[in-house]
Write a protein that binds this ligand. Structure first.
Ligand SMILES: Nc1ncnc2c1ncn2[C@@H]1O[C@H](COP(=O)(O)OP(=O)(O)OP(=O)(O)O)[C@@H](O)[C@H]1O
Ligand SMILES: [Mg+2]
Length: 270
């Protein structure tokens, strides 16, 4: 039987105790699962990922990871914290938060070295992600001088280099070109096939059938309003429109403005 990796019970969080960001979330994530989190802007997706990465702790309810509570006492247990950082990696929505070294090479090596891997092992991991993500030409560049998409790729590479058991991905394909998006999804799917658990927040509905077997939809109350397989959510157009998950494409026929739901959202890979 698969292990439970994360268990949230009625978990809630407000920034500064004032700005509600996550409300009464019940969520279980099994080892090896592929989970997607979707929802309109500001519904709590990034907050959930921060909580799963133990960057913030719930102020309501509870969160457990690997059977241990994630709360402010966690820091006192440095063995657990270190093990947690090896096991769980977060790709931030904003790559500028993630990249701070003088070169791309240093940024990718940072995680493995920080987690006390040998230099030779860190170098091996660097080579692997650089090949997979085609980053060779960027290695000596300064991350802050890259394009946004290049930064995102480097941020993803720096987390993949840790080879965590759980990858938390906040908008991993936002702003990436189609080929790069394809490469990233292929990497994620292959990591999952070798056992990595994936949790992805995204607005790219066309990727979720590949990167998710369960989709949790966040609503305006910043709670989960629906959990279902991707096909089920994607085929419910009324629901998608009601929750601001597909955009309305408007085009003009002669003088009349005609609008209908855009078709860019589902099944593009066949
Ligand atoms: N640092 C912060 N301080 C105060 N409020 C915050 C902070 N970060 C997020 N919030 C609030 O918490 C709520 C949830 O934000 P969150 O970033 O989790 O949403 P999201 O679903 O990831 O949105 P997006 O699709 O825009 O990335 C929002 O109402 C937001 O205004
Ligand atoms: Mg977000």
């Amino acid at each position: 039987m698969a292990n439970i990796l994360f268990e949230l019970k009625q978990a809630g969080y407000s920034y500064f105790g004032r700005f509600p960001a996550l409300c009464s979330v019940d969520l279980t994530i099994m080892q090896g699962a592929k989970t997607a989190v979707i929802g309109a802007n500001g519904t709590g997706k990034s907050t959930l990922l921060s909580m799963l990465d133990a960057l913030i702790f719930p102020d309501q309810g509870s969160v457990k990871a690997f059977g241990m509570p994630l709360d402010d006492k966690m820091q006192e247990n440095s063995d657990f914290t270190m093990a947690f950082r090896r096991r769980v990696g977060l790709v931030f929505q904003n790559p500028d938060i993630q990249l701070f070294c003088p070169t791309v090479r240093d940024d990718i090596m940072f995680g493995p070295l920080q987690l006390r891997m040998r230099d030779s092992e860190a170098a091996k991991r660097l080579d692997k992600v650089v090949t997979e993500l085609k980053l060779a030409s960027l290695l000596d560049r300064s991350p802050c001088q890259l394009s946004i998409g290049e930064k995102k790729k480097v941020a993803i590479a720096s987390v993949l280099a840790i080879q965590p058991e759980v990858l938390l991905l906040d908008e991993p394909t936002a702003g990436l070109d189609p080929q790069t998006t394809r490469d990233i999804i292929d990497i994620l799917v292959s990591e999952n096939l070798s056992g990595t658990t994936l949790v992805t927040a995204t607005h790219d509905l066309h990727i979720i059938e590949e990167i998710a077997d369960t989709v949790h939809v966040f609503g305006p109350e910043r709670n989960i309003i629906r959990s279902a397989p991707p096909e089920e959510v994607l085929s419910d157009r009324t629901f998608l429109q009601a929750h601001n998950l597909v955009h309305i494409h408007r085009h003009r026929h002669k003088d009349a403005g005609v609008s209908h739901a855009h078709q860019h959202d589902v099944k593009h890979h066949h």
